[in-house]
Design a protein around this ligand. Sequence first.
Ligand SMILES: *Cc1c(COP(=O)(O)O)cnc(C)c1O
Length: 381
Amino acid sequence: MFNIPFNRPHVTGREVQYIAEACDRGHLSGDGPFTGRCQRWLEEATGATRALLTTSGTSALEMTAILADIGPGDEVIMPSYTFSSSANAFVLRGGVPVFIDIRPDTMNMDEALIEAAVTPRTRAIMVMHYAGVPCDMEPIMAVAERHNLVVIEDAAQGLLSSYRGRPVGGIGHMAAFSFHETKNIIAGEGGAILINDPRVVQRAEIIREKGTNRTAFHRGETDKYTWVDLGSSFLPSEIIAAFLWAQLEGAKEITARRLALWNRYHERFAPLEAAGLARRPIRPDDTVSNGHIYYLLLPSREKRDALIASLRAVGIMAVFHYIPLHSAPAGTRFGRANGAMTHTDDLSHRLVRLPLWVDLGDRLDEVAGHVLRILGAGDAS
Ligand SMILES: *Cc1c(COP(=O)(O)O)cnc(C)c1O
């Protein structure tokens, strides 16, 4: 038995030291020095006008829905192949997710299908950069401009990826990152909202601080601290920010190590693809990705399920996702599909994700060897 988990969180070694510093300083609620450092780092890394830490990627997405003024009946165009939070954020405001199909190459939203899904109720386009591979943002921003729509990036998986030289999270009007323990850069639970529209920065600060102008008050910009707008408690404590700061300091190295593992899988599986036994992920030439997910597409659902079972039998945890939102119980209740979901349905049934974590090291070769052997393209040695 190999006992190789699907994911194992990586720590840089400075997390506990920084948490101790926050304790000694005695500022444990949000928006202390560590939060400030993390936010400036994210602004520099993405070029965003403003980055604000949140308690999760999900809460950052909820903030984008409030900032985009999504109300009852307003439609948001998004891929069906994504995580529930991409849609939930808008459903919580009374909005309606309108699902479109994905591209068969990157598995990202098919930008060519957006315009046909636009109606007089459409307010926003929600893109998700699957596996950290950026969506084709230029045509997406152009459609949005033609129809006066807000573009929100679900960049939960996309930190340090870029499209035509522009960092993910800094391209749409707003974006959300996640620091959940399964992501590249982690804080246990955590996230950030990125704002690229200077007109909504101040409102974002208010929404994140229970609808109050506390942030401006602390900067001395107003002499009253009061309830001024909708809001909730979206900001994380300094303990989370201290942990996250240790991760962000190591973010470039963590990403490089993940990419090295990603590339190793990719090389090992070239013969599989050549023999038509599986298809490997595609990264468009005008993008840089961050090694977030390594997946294979098998020829059929049966072969995919059999591979997962065979790997589990030797103690290697491989998984699949997502049940497409248009066919999920809440998706059929709260949203609607626009057009055929051919690639979404087909690919989601054939995808398998392999273990990919920073400290996987040479055990990657055990995983790759077993995959090759099970699929009949070599042996496990
Ligand atoms: C992880 C993830 C989220 C949610 O992030 P949390 O920090 O867990 O709330 C949202 N969207 C996508 C695509 C994700 O992968």
